[in-house]
Design a protein around this ligand. Structure first.
Ligand SMILES: [Zn+2]
Length: 71
Protein backbone atom coordinates (compact mmCIF):
# COMPACT_ATOMS: atom_id res chain seq x y z
CA UNK A 1 0.00 0.00 0.00
CA UNK A 2 1.17 3.47 -0.87
CA UNK A 3 -0.47 5.89 1.57
CA UNK A 4 0.08 8.84 -0.75
CA UNK A 5 -1.86 7.36 -3.68
CA UNK A 6 -5.60 7.05 -3.17
CA UNK A 7 -7.04 3.67 -4.01
CA UNK A 8 -8.76 3.95 -7.41
CA UNK A 9 -11.66 1.72 -6.37
CA UNK A 10 -12.25 3.89 -3.34
CA UNK A 11 -12.23 7.00 -5.52
CA UNK A 12 -14.71 5.41 -7.91
CA UNK A 13 -17.04 4.39 -5.07
CA UNK A 14 -16.88 7.81 -3.48
CA UNK A 15 -17.76 9.45 -6.79
CA UNK A 16 -20.72 7.06 -7.17
CA UNK A 17 -21.83 7.79 -3.61
CA UNK A 18 -21.78 11.55 -4.22
CA UNK A 19 -23.68 11.22 -7.49
CA UNK A 20 -26.31 9.07 -5.76
CA UNK A 21 -26.60 11.59 -2.94
CA UNK A 22 -27.08 14.42 -5.43
CA UNK A 23 -29.76 12.44 -7.29
CA UNK A 24 -31.55 11.79 -4.00
CA UNK A 25 -31.48 15.47 -3.02
CA UNK A 26 -32.79 16.43 -6.47
CA UNK A 27 -35.59 13.89 -6.14
CA UNK A 28 -36.68 15.30 -2.77
CA UNK A 29 -36.55 18.86 -4.18
CA UNK A 30 -39.04 17.77 -6.84
CA UNK A 31 -41.33 16.39 -4.14
CA UNK A 32 -41.31 19.49 -2.00
CA UNK A 33 -43.79 21.77 -3.86
CA UNK A 34 -46.18 18.98 -4.94
CA UNK A 35 -49.66 18.49 -3.55
CA UNK A 36 -50.75 15.01 -2.53
CA UNK A 37 -51.93 13.07 -5.54
CA UNK A 38 -50.80 10.99 -8.46
CA UNK A 39 -47.93 13.29 -9.37
CA UNK A 40 -46.71 13.26 -5.78
CA UNK A 41 -46.94 9.46 -5.60
CA UNK A 42 -44.87 9.14 -8.75
CA UNK A 43 -42.22 11.57 -7.51
CA UNK A 44 -42.25 9.86 -4.13
CA UNK A 45 -41.50 6.51 -5.75
CA UNK A 46 -38.61 8.04 -7.68
CA UNK A 47 -37.25 9.57 -4.48
CA UNK A 48 -37.52 6.22 -2.72
CA UNK A 49 -35.51 4.50 -5.46
CA UNK A 50 -32.94 7.31 -5.30
CA UNK A 51 -32.68 6.86 -1.52
CA UNK A 52 -32.15 3.10 -1.83
CA UNK A 53 -29.46 3.68 -4.45
CA UNK A 54 -27.81 6.28 -2.22
CA UNK A 55 -27.82 3.94 0.80
CA UNK A 56 -26.50 1.07 -1.32
CA UNK A 57 -23.58 3.13 -2.69
CA UNK A 58 -22.78 4.57 0.73
CA UNK A 59 -22.63 1.06 2.15
CA UNK A 60 -20.44 -0.14 -0.73
CA UNK A 61 -18.05 2.74 -0.09
CA UNK A 62 -17.77 2.07 3.65
CA UNK A 63 -17.50 -1.68 3.10
CA UNK A 64 -14.65 -1.20 0.66
CA UNK A 65 -12.77 1.14 3.00
CA UNK A 66 -13.08 -1.23 5.97
CA UNK A 67 -12.24 -4.37 3.98
CA UNK A 68 -9.44 -2.86 1.95
CA UNK A 69 -8.11 -0.68 4.77
CA UNK A 70 -7.48 2.23 2.39
CA UNK A 71 -8.64 5.06 4.69
ZN1 LIG B 1 -9.30 0.53 -1.50
Amino acid sequence: MHPSAECSERRRLRWQYREALRAYIDATDVLDPLEMGEEFDHAYNLATFARIEFERSREAYHRHVSEHGCS
